[in-house]
Design a protein around this ligand. Sequence first.
Ligand SMILES: [Zn+2]
Ligand SMILES: [Zn+2]
Length: 304
Amino acid sequence: MHHNNVSYPVEVPLILGHEFSGIIAKTGSRVEKFKTGDRVTAETHAEYCGKCLLCRTNDYRLCRDRKGYGFGVDGAYAEYVKVPERILHRVPDNVSLEEAALTEPLCVAYNVVVEKMKVKPGDVAVVIGPGPIGILACKMLELSGASEIIVIGTGGDEKRLEMAGKYGATMIINSDNTDPVPIVLEKNEGYGADVVVDAAGPAATLKLSLELVRPSGIINKVAWGPEPVDFSLDKLISKAVTLQGSFSHTWDIWEKCLKLMEEGQVNLADLITHRLSLEDWEKGFELVESREGIKVVLKPNIGK
Ligand SMILES: [Zn+2]
Ligand SMILES: [Zn+2]
């Protein structure tokens, strides 16, 4: 979004920022369930029609009229952001606002592992790409009872791979010096992993996913990759693999994730590697792009 080279239109010029939390400064006249002073976080779906087939079947995230913060409408890199009541969520008293600002990527991971893949206790899982979504997918896999959680990264991912270990990964592979294929293909009687999460995105990782997944297994592709796929998809057929796309989250997932945070089943604070004032937003992007940072929290009030 920062470089405006994502696979969907960014309505430039606009204010970035779609993962946030805050304290309600003012409510509109028709707001009933929230009041000034409430600690809240919000879904990213700033606008949707509420009337179409998808909106009426709890799939409003995919409504053709959906507009998200930071790419469809002005986002949260600001002192104030305007949020409709229907997408607000209360932050539990024992959860910090910093952690609450990271609810969104946890919801993405919940959607992948629980809603889409329906991971079972005992499953052998692979996560490709140890970014925030990959790391949180490891945590959701652990909570779902997966017995083996193998995370794969490349050179430069060292810090992120280490973090994935803290978040439930049982085996860490740097593919620059270790080929993951023979390791994963030892699992399940030589058939491979039950489920594979592609949290990296390029064509090469989808190709790798098809190698690693067992016949009748599931691949969930949650990471974007704008370039065309450059290999045969025949393995999808010969292995009868289910290939899923995964996008965003819904109100019920947000409530579950906030419950996980309230009960201490997920600790998001460890993911925050840097805290910067909003003025230093560009440095935050540099930290993440260099993979030096994992999650950077921007605070509009620092330095005032
Ligand atoms: Zn709609
Ligand atoms: Zn996000």
